[in-house]
Write a protein that binds this ligand. Structure first.
Ligand SMILES: C[S@@+](CC[C@H](N)C(=O)[O-])C[C@H]1O[C@@H](n2cnc3c(N)ncnc32)[C@H](O)[C@@H]1O
Length: 294
């Protein structure tokens, strides 16, 4: 082999390694589609908490205390944490003695949710987990007193569309808490992370007010906002009242260990660990449909 060919091969290998590092490590598969993102999180779910090393004090200071404070006027607030991962935000809220609401954690990685269930087991009466894509939130408009989404927007194909979903399900007067990726790596996430100054403008393009984008961690800014409109008191409603079919938005009814949609005839199983598996929907077989019509 001549040295020119050797050089060419070495260059090719280095370029491929660089490309893989960018796509899989920095971008965590975001440009390869949600399936790859989820596969990577499924693979790494068992070490996620070890990698992150969340500091309880700082989690309480930046998340648990201010969010509980913002919701203090609502007797039993209803909170949705989108891309909840291993249950970081639910834990921050549950550790607050003043928090007496309910939290729904939603994520597209089933393994991350398995760990979320495990790490928050002692608060299970205040928590529900849903396996579902953030791009199709299975709830009615104006439902939640707070909607949060931490360290995840940049891993979705169209962050603005996910933001629109978050705002849609937030009730007027409700609190939005989201992050935007910043720092060195954010430059390698075009179309996913927003330049620091631009993120406030992105939020201003939604019906939001009192928008505050604050530096938080090396890799993330933390943004708080309130949904515009006439505030109304929140109250915890049973899950069956707020859950909607992610496909046709019809109300769901619970029976035989699953949520059923009478609109499009899909059903969503509830797994042994209590997770509602919306990402694993199936249509009722024709025979069952006839039977249920009787
Ligand atoms: C860096 S983790 C953040 C988890 C958690 N919010 C935290 O701060 O620890 C990103 C999470 O986003 C989830 N995710 C990525 N794309 C998603 C999507 N389209 N719908 C729902 N969850 C998604 C991943 O499965 C993963 O759990």
């Amino acid at each position: 082999m001549s040295w020119e060919v050797g050089l060419l091969i070495t260059g090719g290998v280095l370029a491929l390694a660089g490309l893989l590092y960018w796509q899989l490590i920095i971008a965590e598969g975001t440009y390869l589609g949600p399936r790859v993102v989820v596969l990577l999180y499924d693979w790494s779910a068992h070490i996620y908490e070890r990698i992150k090393q969340f500091d309880v004090g700082s989690e309480q200071w930046f998340l648990g205390i201010p969010l509980t404070g913002a919701l203090s006027m609502i007797p039993a607030p209803l909170v949705l944490d989108v891309a909840t991962g291993t249950g970081r935000l639910p834990r921050a809220l549950m550790r607050q003695p003043g928090f007496e609401g309910q939290v729904i954690g939603l994520d597209l990685s089933r393994r991350m949710l398995r760990y979320a269930v495990r790490w928050t087991a002692q608060f299970s009466d205040q928590l529900t987990y849903i396996w579902q894509d953030a791009r199709q939130l299975p709830f009615d408009d104006d439902t939640f007193d707070a909607v949060t989404c931490l360290e995840a927007l940049e891993f979705t194909p169209r962050p603005r569309e996910v933001l629109a979903e978050l705002v849609r399900v937030l009730r007027p007067g409700g609190v939005l808490l989201v992050t935007n990726r910043i720092g060195r790596d954010a430059r390698f996430l075009p179309g996913r992370a927003f330049p620091r100054q631009a993120f406030g403008n992105v939020l201003r393009s939604f019906p939001l007010e009192d928008i505050r984008v604050r530096p938080w961690q090396t890799h993330y800014d933390l943004a708080w906002a309130i949904k515009s409109g006439e505030p109304r008191g929140g109250s915890v409603r049973p899950l069956s009242q707020i859950l909607r079919c992610p496909v046709c938005r019809h109300q769901l009814s619970r029976r035989d260990g699953a949520f059923h949609c009478e609109g499009c005839r899909r059903f969503y199983p509830i797994a042994d660990d209590g997770v509602i598996e919306m990402a694993r929907s199936a249509r009722q077989p024709a025979r069952t449909r006839k039977e249920s019509a009787k």
